[in-house]
Design a protein around this ligand. Structure first.
Ligand SMILES: CC(C)(COP(=O)(O)OP(=O)(O)OC[C@H]1O[C@@H](n2cnc3c(N)ncnc32)[C@H](O)[C@@H]1OP(=O)(O)O)[C@@H](O)C(=O)NCCC(=O)NCCS
Length: 142
């Protein structure tokens, strides 16, 4: 992902997370200021159809955001994106974690399929009393 991609990414973000999306400035900040941030887009026909961000801090990877454009969901694209970034993170990291809303069944199933386990709950993570489930996966055996 580059700064030129941000408006299209942010449009998908707003539609994907209506109850609390990142601001457009948050994406610019991640790309330009966060040395730990790694952000990827998925394209088809020269259009952005998905994106994913993560932080790689020493040997720990943390997914910060991921979405597939509504008209391309249910086609297995998020699995391809997840496999790609897990292989990317595996080069330097041993573990990957993320937070997911309890009621986000689609995302939770995706992460379960990718080998993630449940590791705890972060109370009020999303505000308004909405908790997050923490999920994690080991990227390497050693
Ligand atoms: C979650 C999301 C990224 C999945 O993307 P996708 O490309 O549609 O998912 P895929 O087609 O690759 O499906 C992967 C797996 O996810 C699960 N899944 C996807 N959509 C699902 C749905 N509507 N209901 C239940 N499980 C679903 C399934 O386990 C699926 O595997 P299967 O097809 O073998 O059963 C997409 O729904 C999205 O962008 N949602 C809005 C943003 C969001 O919630 N992001 C996650 C924040 S933690």
């Amino acid at each position: 992902m580059t700064v030129e991609d941000v408006p299209a990414v942010h449009a998908i973000e707003q539609r994907s997370f209506p109850s609390g999306s990142w601001t457009i400035d948050a994406f610019y900040h991640e790309l330009e200021k966060n040395e730990f941030g790694h952000y990827f887009i998925m394209e088809a026909d020269d259009e952005i159809i998905g994106y994913l961000g993560m932080w790689l801090v020493i040997d720990q990877a943390q997914i910060t955001t991921v979405a597939i454009r509504e008209d391309r969901r249910g086609l297995g694209l998020s699995k391809i994106l997840m496999e790609y970034i897990m292989n990317y993170a595996r080069l330097t990291c041993e573990m990957m974690s993320l937070e997911v809303r309890e009621e986000n069944t689609a995302a939770r199933r995706l992460y379960e399929q990718m080998g993630f386990s449940y590791g705890g709950i972060r109370r009020d993570y999303y505000g308004a009393g909405q908790d997050a489930k923490v999920m994690w996966v080991r990227l390497r055996d050693e």
